[in-house]
Design a protein. Structure first.
Length: 371
Protein backbone atom coordinates (compact mmCIF):
# COMPACT_ATOMS: atom_id res chain seq x y z
CA UNK A 1 0.00 0.00 0.00
CA UNK A 2 1.25 3.49 -0.86
CA UNK A 3 2.28 5.60 2.08
CA UNK A 4 1.54 9.28 2.57
CA UNK A 5 4.47 11.60 1.97
CA UNK A 6 5.17 14.52 4.28
CA UNK A 7 3.81 16.97 1.70
CA UNK A 8 0.62 14.96 1.27
CA UNK A 9 0.10 14.87 5.04
CA UNK A 10 0.69 18.61 5.17
CA UNK A 11 -1.93 19.21 2.45
CA UNK A 12 -4.56 17.03 4.13
CA UNK A 13 -3.95 18.60 7.53
CA UNK A 14 -4.03 22.17 6.18
CA UNK A 15 -7.28 21.69 4.25
CA UNK A 16 -8.85 19.82 7.18
CA UNK A 17 -8.01 22.61 9.61
CA UNK A 18 -9.24 25.37 7.31
CA UNK A 19 -12.50 23.48 6.88
CA UNK A 20 -15.56 25.63 7.46
CA UNK A 21 -13.78 27.84 10.02
CA UNK A 22 -12.30 30.12 7.36
CA UNK A 23 -15.72 31.20 6.08
CA UNK A 24 -17.22 31.84 9.54
CA UNK A 25 -14.17 33.60 10.94
CA UNK A 26 -12.15 32.28 13.85
CA UNK A 27 -13.50 33.58 17.19
CA UNK A 28 -15.65 36.15 15.37
CA UNK A 29 -17.98 36.28 18.39
CA UNK A 30 -15.30 38.16 20.35
CA UNK A 31 -15.33 41.01 17.82
CA UNK A 32 -12.35 43.36 17.96
CA UNK A 33 -10.31 40.99 20.13
CA UNK A 34 -10.75 37.96 17.85
CA UNK A 35 -7.13 38.16 16.69
CA UNK A 36 -5.92 37.83 20.30
CA UNK A 37 -8.12 34.75 20.76
CA UNK A 38 -6.65 33.32 17.56
CA UNK A 39 -3.07 33.82 18.76
CA UNK A 40 -3.63 32.25 22.19
CA UNK A 41 -5.69 29.41 20.68
CA UNK A 42 -2.87 28.70 18.22
CA UNK A 43 -0.26 28.16 20.94
CA UNK A 44 -2.67 26.13 23.08
CA UNK A 45 -3.86 24.15 20.05
CA UNK A 46 -0.31 23.32 18.93
CA UNK A 47 0.43 22.00 22.43
CA UNK A 48 -2.72 19.86 22.25
CA UNK A 49 -1.77 18.44 18.85
CA UNK A 50 1.74 17.66 20.08
CA UNK A 51 0.15 15.75 22.95
CA UNK A 52 -1.78 13.68 20.38
CA UNK A 53 1.45 12.94 18.54
CA UNK A 54 3.10 12.06 21.85
CA UNK A 55 0.40 9.47 22.48
CA UNK A 56 0.99 8.06 19.00
CA UNK A 57 4.74 7.83 19.66
CA UNK A 58 4.06 5.79 22.80
CA UNK A 59 1.60 3.59 20.89
CA UNK A 60 3.43 2.99 17.59
CA UNK A 61 1.54 1.64 14.57
CA UNK A 62 -1.80 2.05 16.36
CA UNK A 63 -4.64 4.35 15.30
CA UNK A 64 -6.73 6.59 17.53
CA UNK A 65 -9.39 3.99 18.35
CA UNK A 66 -6.70 1.41 19.15
CA UNK A 67 -4.98 3.62 21.70
CA UNK A 68 -7.69 3.34 24.33
CA UNK A 69 -8.11 -0.47 24.44
CA UNK A 70 -4.32 -0.80 24.38
CA UNK A 71 -3.81 1.44 27.42
CA UNK A 72 -7.10 1.25 29.34
CA UNK A 73 -8.22 -2.29 28.54
CA UNK A 74 -11.23 -3.46 26.56
CA UNK A 75 -13.88 -2.79 29.19
CA UNK A 76 -12.99 0.89 29.52
CA UNK A 77 -11.11 1.55 26.28
CA UNK A 78 -13.57 0.12 23.75
CA UNK A 79 -16.63 2.17 24.87
CA UNK A 80 -14.53 5.35 24.70
CA UNK A 81 -13.10 4.36 21.31
CA UNK A 82 -16.60 3.85 19.88
CA UNK A 83 -17.46 7.48 20.68
CA UNK A 84 -14.93 8.80 18.16
CA UNK A 85 -16.46 7.46 14.91
CA UNK A 86 -19.83 8.66 16.16
CA UNK A 87 -18.61 12.23 16.77
CA UNK A 88 -16.69 12.26 13.46
CA UNK A 89 -19.80 11.28 11.51
CA UNK A 90 -21.91 13.73 13.49
CA UNK A 91 -19.40 16.50 12.71
CA UNK A 92 -19.68 15.49 9.05
CA UNK A 93 -23.43 16.07 9.31
CA UNK A 94 -22.74 19.54 10.74
CA UNK A 95 -20.67 20.37 7.66
CA UNK A 96 -23.66 19.37 5.53
CA UNK A 97 -25.73 21.80 7.61
CA UNK A 98 -23.15 24.54 6.96
CA UNK A 99 -23.46 23.97 3.22
CA UNK A 100 -27.26 23.78 3.43
CA UNK A 101 -27.37 27.25 4.99
CA UNK A 102 -24.59 28.91 2.98
CA UNK A 103 -25.57 28.07 -0.61
CA UNK A 104 -29.13 29.50 -0.61
CA UNK A 105 -27.85 32.57 1.26
CA UNK A 106 -25.14 33.31 -1.29
CA UNK A 107 -24.97 32.08 -4.87
CA UNK A 108 -28.03 29.85 -5.46
CA UNK A 109 -31.03 31.32 -3.60
CA UNK A 110 -33.61 29.65 -5.84
CA UNK A 111 -32.13 26.15 -5.78
CA UNK A 112 -33.51 23.73 -3.16
CA UNK A 113 -30.67 22.98 -0.71
CA UNK A 114 -31.46 19.27 -0.72
CA UNK A 115 -30.57 19.04 -4.41
CA UNK A 116 -27.14 20.59 -3.84
CA UNK A 117 -26.53 18.44 -0.77
CA UNK A 118 -27.39 15.21 -2.60
CA UNK A 119 -25.01 16.08 -5.45
CA UNK A 120 -22.28 17.05 -2.97
CA UNK A 121 -22.75 13.82 -1.01
CA UNK A 122 -22.53 11.75 -4.20
CA UNK A 123 -19.13 13.35 -4.87
CA UNK A 124 -18.05 12.50 -1.31
CA UNK A 125 -19.19 8.89 -1.77
CA UNK A 126 -17.24 8.64 -5.01
CA UNK A 127 -14.18 10.00 -3.20
CA UNK A 128 -14.63 7.41 -0.42
CA UNK A 129 -14.75 4.65 -3.05
CA UNK A 130 -11.56 5.98 -4.66
CA UNK A 131 -9.78 5.97 -1.31
CA UNK A 132 -7.56 8.30 0.68
CA UNK A 133 -4.52 8.28 -1.59
CA UNK A 134 -6.42 9.31 -4.72
CA UNK A 135 -8.09 12.19 -2.87
CA UNK A 136 -4.71 13.19 -1.46
CA UNK A 137 -3.40 13.74 -4.99
CA UNK A 138 -6.20 16.25 -5.51
CA UNK A 139 -5.27 17.94 -2.22
CA UNK A 140 -1.72 18.41 -3.52
CA UNK A 141 -3.13 20.51 -6.36
CA UNK A 142 -5.73 22.39 -4.30
CA UNK A 143 -3.41 23.71 -1.57
CA UNK A 144 -1.23 25.91 -3.87
CA UNK A 145 -4.40 27.03 -5.67
CA UNK A 146 -6.05 28.13 -2.41
CA UNK A 147 -2.90 29.85 -1.14
CA UNK A 148 -2.57 31.82 -4.38
CA UNK A 149 -6.23 32.90 -4.17
CA UNK A 150 -5.71 33.91 -0.52
CA UNK A 151 -2.72 36.08 -1.44
CA UNK A 152 -4.57 37.69 -4.36
CA UNK A 153 -7.54 38.40 -2.12
CA UNK A 154 -5.35 40.07 0.51
CA UNK A 155 -3.56 42.19 -2.10
CA UNK A 156 -6.86 43.30 -3.65
CA UNK A 157 -8.28 44.27 -0.25
CA UNK A 158 -5.20 46.34 0.55
CA UNK A 159 -5.34 47.98 -2.90
CA UNK A 160 -9.01 48.86 -2.33
CA UNK A 161 -7.86 51.28 0.41
CA UNK A 162 -10.59 50.28 2.84
CA UNK A 163 -8.35 48.95 5.63
CA UNK A 164 -8.38 51.15 8.75
CA UNK A 165 -5.78 49.84 11.27
CA UNK A 166 -7.10 52.13 14.04
CA UNK A 167 -10.24 49.96 14.23
CA UNK A 168 -8.14 47.38 16.10
CA UNK A 169 -8.23 49.74 19.09
CA UNK A 170 -9.07 49.73 21.92
CA UNK A 171 -7.47 46.38 22.63
CA UNK A 172 -9.01 44.26 25.40
CA UNK A 173 -11.82 46.77 25.94
CA UNK A 174 -13.72 44.24 28.10
CA UNK A 175 -10.61 42.78 29.70
CA UNK A 176 -9.15 39.28 29.49
CA UNK A 177 -12.21 37.36 30.70
CA UNK A 178 -14.15 37.18 27.37
CA UNK A 179 -10.90 36.42 25.50
CA UNK A 180 -9.92 33.53 27.74
CA UNK A 181 -13.52 32.28 27.75
CA UNK A 182 -13.40 32.17 23.94
CA UNK A 183 -10.02 30.41 23.95
CA UNK A 184 -11.23 27.63 26.21
CA UNK A 185 -12.99 25.52 25.32
CA UNK A 186 -14.19 26.58 21.88
CA UNK A 187 -11.01 28.15 20.52
CA UNK A 188 -8.89 25.10 21.36
CA UNK A 189 -11.52 22.47 20.48
CA UNK A 190 -12.44 23.99 17.14
CA UNK A 191 -9.88 23.12 14.45
CA UNK A 192 -7.07 22.11 16.84
CA UNK A 193 -8.95 19.55 18.93
CA UNK A 194 -10.64 18.23 15.81
CA UNK A 195 -7.19 17.39 14.44
CA UNK A 196 -7.30 14.25 16.59
CA UNK A 197 -9.21 12.73 13.66
CA UNK A 198 -5.92 12.77 11.73
CA UNK A 199 -4.63 10.17 14.19
CA UNK A 200 -6.68 7.68 12.16
CA UNK A 201 -4.39 8.23 9.16
CA UNK A 202 -1.03 9.00 10.79
CA UNK A 203 -0.22 5.30 10.65
CA UNK A 204 -0.35 5.57 6.84
CA UNK A 205 2.49 8.10 6.76
CA UNK A 206 5.74 6.99 5.18
CA UNK A 207 7.79 8.34 8.11
CA UNK A 208 5.60 8.15 11.20
CA UNK A 209 8.36 9.45 13.43
CA UNK A 210 8.46 12.70 11.41
CA UNK A 211 4.75 13.54 11.12
CA UNK A 212 5.19 16.39 13.62
CA UNK A 213 6.88 18.65 11.06
CA UNK A 214 4.20 18.70 8.29
CA UNK A 215 1.47 18.77 10.95
CA UNK A 216 3.07 21.74 12.72
CA UNK A 217 3.62 23.68 9.48
CA UNK A 218 0.03 23.02 8.37
CA UNK A 219 -1.32 24.11 11.75
CA UNK A 220 0.71 27.32 11.80
CA UNK A 221 -0.24 28.15 8.20
CA UNK A 222 -3.94 27.56 8.90
CA UNK A 223 -3.67 29.71 12.04
CA UNK A 224 -1.94 32.45 10.05
CA UNK A 225 -4.83 32.37 7.57
CA UNK A 226 -7.36 32.74 10.40
CA UNK A 227 -5.33 35.56 11.96
CA UNK A 228 -4.92 37.43 8.67
CA UNK A 229 -8.60 37.37 7.80
CA UNK A 230 -9.62 38.21 11.36
CA UNK A 231 -7.41 41.31 11.29
CA UNK A 232 -8.65 42.31 7.83
CA UNK A 233 -12.27 41.83 8.87
CA UNK A 234 -11.81 43.96 12.00
CA UNK A 235 -9.92 46.74 10.21
CA UNK A 236 -12.52 46.89 7.43
CA UNK A 237 -15.83 46.25 9.21
CA UNK A 238 -14.98 47.21 12.76
CA UNK A 239 -15.41 44.99 15.78
CA UNK A 240 -19.21 45.23 16.03
CA UNK A 241 -19.99 44.38 12.41
CA UNK A 242 -17.42 41.59 12.41
CA UNK A 243 -19.01 40.10 15.54
CA UNK A 244 -22.51 40.24 14.05
CA UNK A 245 -21.59 38.96 10.59
CA UNK A 246 -22.46 35.30 10.01
CA UNK A 247 -20.17 34.90 6.99
CA UNK A 248 -17.46 37.56 7.49
CA UNK A 249 -15.06 36.09 4.93
CA UNK A 250 -17.79 35.99 2.28
CA UNK A 251 -18.71 39.59 3.06
CA UNK A 252 -15.04 40.56 3.05
CA UNK A 253 -14.49 39.34 -0.51
CA UNK A 254 -17.43 41.48 -1.63
CA UNK A 255 -15.65 44.62 -0.37
CA UNK A 256 -12.96 44.48 -3.07
CA UNK A 257 -13.18 47.49 -5.38
CA UNK A 258 -10.19 48.53 -7.46
CA UNK A 259 -11.12 51.48 -9.63
CA UNK A 260 -14.58 50.08 -10.21
CA UNK A 261 -12.99 47.45 -12.47
CA UNK A 262 -12.22 44.58 -10.09
CA UNK A 263 -15.19 44.22 -7.76
CA UNK A 264 -17.27 41.67 -5.85
CA UNK A 265 -15.13 38.56 -5.46
CA UNK A 266 -17.81 36.69 -3.50
CA UNK A 267 -17.64 33.65 -5.82
CA UNK A 268 -14.03 33.14 -4.66
CA UNK A 269 -15.21 32.81 -1.06
CA UNK A 270 -17.79 30.20 -2.07
CA UNK A 271 -15.07 28.39 -4.02
CA UNK A 272 -12.82 28.32 -0.92
CA UNK A 273 -15.69 27.02 1.15
CA UNK A 274 -16.60 24.25 -1.27
CA UNK A 275 -12.99 23.06 -1.54
CA UNK A 276 -12.17 23.10 2.17
CA UNK A 277 -15.62 21.77 3.16
CA UNK A 278 -15.17 18.90 0.70
CA UNK A 279 -11.88 17.80 2.22
CA UNK A 280 -13.05 18.21 5.79
CA UNK A 281 -16.27 16.32 5.13
CA UNK A 282 -14.36 13.59 3.30
CA UNK A 283 -11.80 13.22 6.09
CA UNK A 284 -14.46 13.22 8.81
CA UNK A 285 -16.36 10.46 7.03
CA UNK A 286 -13.21 8.56 6.05
CA UNK A 287 -11.81 8.56 9.60
CA UNK A 288 -15.20 7.73 11.08
CA UNK A 289 -15.73 4.77 8.77
CA UNK A 290 -12.12 3.61 9.16
CA UNK A 291 -12.59 3.65 12.93
CA UNK A 292 -15.79 1.61 12.67
CA UNK A 293 -14.08 -0.94 10.41
CA UNK A 294 -11.30 -1.37 12.98
CA UNK A 295 -13.69 -1.68 15.91
CA UNK A 296 -16.12 -3.92 13.99
CA UNK A 297 -13.98 -5.99 11.56
CA UNK A 298 -17.10 -7.40 9.87
CA UNK A 299 -17.81 -3.99 8.37
CA UNK A 300 -14.50 -4.10 6.52
CA UNK A 301 -16.01 -6.70 4.20
CA UNK A 302 -19.05 -4.50 3.49
CA UNK A 303 -17.31 -1.30 2.41
CA UNK A 304 -19.83 -0.29 -0.28
CA UNK A 305 -22.79 -0.92 1.98
CA UNK A 306 -21.33 1.01 4.90
CA UNK A 307 -20.50 4.00 2.65
CA UNK A 308 -24.08 4.18 1.39
CA UNK A 309 -25.56 3.85 4.87
CA UNK A 310 -23.17 6.40 6.39
CA UNK A 311 -23.76 8.89 3.56
CA UNK A 312 -27.53 8.58 3.92
CA UNK A 313 -27.34 9.05 7.70
CA UNK A 314 -24.99 12.03 7.45
CA UNK A 315 -27.14 13.67 4.77
CA UNK A 316 -30.37 13.14 6.71
CA UNK A 317 -28.98 14.38 10.01
CA UNK A 318 -27.32 17.36 8.31
CA UNK A 319 -30.58 18.46 6.68
CA UNK A 320 -32.63 18.33 9.90
CA UNK A 321 -29.98 19.15 12.51
CA UNK A 322 -31.03 22.76 13.01
CA UNK A 323 -33.61 25.14 11.61
CA UNK A 324 -31.25 28.02 10.80
CA UNK A 325 -27.62 29.08 10.93
CA UNK A 326 -27.98 30.97 14.23
CA UNK A 327 -29.32 27.88 16.01
CA UNK A 328 -26.63 25.77 14.37
CA UNK A 329 -23.72 27.95 15.53
CA UNK A 330 -24.77 29.55 18.79
CA UNK A 331 -27.01 26.86 20.29
CA UNK A 332 -25.92 23.50 18.89
CA UNK A 333 -22.17 24.06 18.48
CA UNK A 334 -21.28 26.40 21.35
CA UNK A 335 -23.74 25.35 24.06
CA UNK A 336 -24.24 21.65 23.35
CA UNK A 337 -21.51 19.98 21.27
CA UNK A 338 -18.45 21.78 22.65
CA UNK A 339 -19.01 21.17 26.40
CA UNK A 340 -20.58 17.71 26.18
CA UNK A 341 -18.74 16.11 23.25
CA UNK A 342 -15.63 17.98 22.15
CA UNK A 343 -14.15 18.73 25.58
CA UNK A 344 -14.29 15.09 26.79
CA UNK A 345 -13.24 13.51 23.48
CA UNK A 346 -10.66 16.05 22.34
CA UNK A 347 -9.18 17.17 25.68
CA UNK A 348 -10.14 15.22 28.83
CA UNK A 349 -9.87 11.63 27.52
CA UNK A 350 -6.63 12.31 25.56
CA UNK A 351 -5.06 13.93 28.63
CA UNK A 352 -5.93 10.86 30.72
CA UNK A 353 -4.63 8.60 27.95
CA UNK A 354 -1.40 10.62 27.70
CA UNK A 355 -0.80 10.30 31.45
CA UNK A 356 -1.49 6.56 31.47
CA UNK A 357 0.64 5.98 28.37
CA UNK A 358 3.51 8.03 29.83
CA UNK A 359 3.47 6.09 33.08
CA UNK A 360 3.41 2.71 31.34
CA UNK A 361 6.05 3.82 28.82
CA UNK A 362 8.33 5.00 31.66
CA UNK A 363 7.84 1.72 33.57
CA UNK A 364 8.64 -0.36 30.48
CA UNK A 365 11.81 1.63 29.77
CA UNK A 366 12.93 1.26 33.36
CA UNK A 367 12.35 -2.49 33.27
CA UNK A 368 14.38 -2.80 30.04
CA UNK A 369 17.29 -0.88 31.61
CA UNK A 370 17.27 -3.19 34.62
CA UNK A 371 17.50 -6.25 32.36
Amino acid sequence: MNKLTKYQLFCLTFLFQLGTTVIFGFAAATGRDAWIVTLISTFSGVALIFMYMGIMKMNPRLTLVEWYPQQLGKWIGLPIAFLYPLIFLFDAARIVTDLRDLIPTTILPQTPPVVIMILFMLIIMYALYLGLHNVTRVAEIMVPFILILFIIEIIFLLMSKIVVPSLLKPILWDGWRPVLKAVFPEGISQTYGETIAMAMIWTQAAQQEKIWKPTLIATLLASLSFLTFDVLSITIFGGVLFERSIYPFYTLTGMVNIGGFITNLNPFAVMYFFITAFFKLFLKMYTGLAALQILIPYLGKRKRHIVWIAALCVLTVGMVLSENIAEHIYVLAIKQITPYAWIPLFIIFPVILFIVSSIRFWIQRRQKKQH
